[in-house]
Design a protein around this ligand. Structure first.
Ligand code: AHR
Length: 508
């Protein structure tokens, strides 16, 4: 059974320019993300600094713009100074967040070297869990101050003469969560975040500072937390964070497929709350959203259970979720939501990059391969260019427990006026059947368009996944049904599918 989905696009429906920072990711000292993920000195592909070049290549292919580091829950117990200086003097510490041991072989300097090779902008999180204002100032001095101070001279002595000029700084991580080391209530966090931000700005007024928002939209303090924290920190910060993870729970596939509805709601609510605070404070300033953790994550599976008892392993297998075709479709839809909100989402970080709920997987000493989610990320990052366009979607709806009803299709587009490239990202998130796509592009102000490419990610088994032995089981395929005739785009979108349709102008 098929039904019709009609998209209305117009070159005037502009949301904001595409922001490269939408395509950020996250590297945490967690499981095998750092050790045997980005860094494995004994690996055949390792370079002279111990970085896996196969992972570096995949990171570049993924199109990652910025990377948040070093956590995550990890950062709330982390001492940054353990990770700098001569390797043989670095201590091994227990990481309480993930019940692991950290040899501190990788720290700030190694991460910055890796970021340069990966061609990504760093985003650094300070510890406001067990630490506070002084830690924030110290790590800022070590990273960014020109030579001539105690800590910047330590950096120079460690072989890094030039300041790193890290611009984006997260003021702690998920401080609203009772699981966080040094968890605080909103008032307590508002104080330490504001005072850290104020002091950091004394060192450098141009930093971009991100205050912790809510760990997800279901937190009991959601909304009130942002209100309290921003009321105090408003003047000193640029962005408020949002985190969200989605998964199919208790076999409720329909609600899972509609997950982007929650992301839309989450972003809209944070923006509304931030603007409410701005109005209260009579401020013209607009606080932006840093969606600095988002992904599919099956949190309740065994893969996410940390070691326990006397077992404190280095780099244990943790959070190594294997993603299905359906996961990739929902994931692609989350990217659609992020792009659609480019007017207020200034930065986003896919959590995480390698091995830990990641698009890139590695075997210690062995292969690296792409998960299903690699593909929508790489294609969106590569082809979302120019301005984001709001797309009006007329589609049937499907019922689900979480949202009541949701539209069967969701879409966003980007339009690059200079090159004439129009790119449509569209999902059929209804399990019940094919959607017949219809888009009248003759009067949208795009000129005459021709089809460049239509790719669809779909698998007849929505639970099919990629493995190291079969890494291409789920990958985008040409969608031969998509055609452009007399200014009208048409095609078939299979049930549970994500598509990218690329068009370009043929006339000026
Ligand atoms: O990304 C995994 C974990 O999820 C992070 O450490 C934490 O910030 C979040 O709860």
């Amino acid at each position: 059974m098929s039904s019709q989905v009609t998209l209305t696009l117009n070159s005037a429906f502009r949301v904001a320019p595409v922001r490269r920072r939408t395509f950020g990711a996250f590297v945490e000292h967690l499981g095998r993300c750092v050790y045997t993920g980005i860094h494995e000195p004994d690996h055949p592909s390792a370079d002279d600094q111990g970085f896996r070049t196969d992972v570096l290549e995949l990171t570049r292919e993924l199109g990652v713009s910025s990377v948040r580091y070093p956590g995550g829950n990890f950062v709330s117990g982390y001492r940054w100074e353990d990770g700098v200086g001569p390797l043989e003097q670095r201590p091994v510490r227990h990481d309480l967040a993930w019940h692991s041991s950290d040899p501190n072989t990788v720290g700030l300097d190694e991460f910055m070297a890796w970021a340069k090779k990966a061609d990504v902008e760093p985003m650094y999180a300070v510890n406001l869990g067990t630490r506070g204002v002084q830690e924030a100032l110290d790590v800022l001095e070590y990273a960014n101050a020109p030579a001539g101070t105690a800590l910047s001279d330590q950096r120079v002595a460690n072989g890094h003469a030039d300041p790193y000029k890290i611009s984006m700084w997260c003021l702690g991580n998920e401080m609203d969560g009772p699981w966080q080391i040094g968890h605080k209530n909103a008032e307590e966090y508002a104080r330490v975040a504001t005072e850290s931000a104020r002091a950091m700005r004394m060192e450098d007024p141009n930093l971009e500072l991100i205050v912790c928002g809510s760990s997800n939209s279901s937190m009991p303090t959601f909304g009130a937390w942002e209100n309290t924290v921003l009321t105090e920190a408003y003047e000193f910060v640029d962005m408020v964070s949002a985190h969200a993870y989605y998964s199919e729970k208790d076999g409720d596939q329909a609600s899972f497929l509609a997950s982007a509805d929650d992301m839309d709601y989450f972003i809209d609510s944070v923006v509304a709350t931030a603007d409410h605070v701005g109005a209260k404070l009579k401020s013209d300033k607009r606080i932006m959203v840093s969606f600095d953790e988002w992904n599919i994550w099956y949190q309740h599976r065994a893969e996410s259970r940390p070691p326990s008892g006397d077992d404190w392993p280095v780099a244990p297998v943790l959070l190594e979720d294997i993603y299905s075709a359906m996961d990739a479709v929902v994931f692609g839809n989350l990217l659609i939501s992020l792009l659609r909100h480019s007017d207020r989402v200034a930065s986003a970080s896919l959590a995480q990059l390698v091995n830990v709920i990641a698009p890139i997987m590695t075997e210690p000493g062995g292969r690296a391969w792409k998960q299903t989610t690699f593909h929508p990320f790489a294609l969106t990052s590569r082809h979302a260019q120019g301005e984001v366009l709001q797309v009006n979607v007329e589609a049937p709806s499907f019922e689900n427990q979480r949202f009541g009803t949701s539209a069967s299709a969701d879409a966003v587009a980007t339009w690059d006026e200079d090159s004439g490239d129009l790119t449509v990202f569209v999902v059929n998130r209804d399990a019940s059947g094919v959607l017949d796509l219809g888009v009248d592009l003759s009067s949208g102000g795009f000129g005459d368009l021709e089809l460049v490419e239509a790719l669809t990610l779909h698998h007849e088994d929505p639970y099919a996944a990629n493995t190291a032995d079969a890494p291409d089981t789920v990958a985008p395929q040409e969608n031969a049904s998509v055609a452009m005739t007399d200014g009208r785009l048409s095609g078939e979108l299979p049930a549970i599918s994500w598509s990218i349709i690329r068009l370009t102008r043929t006339t000026a």
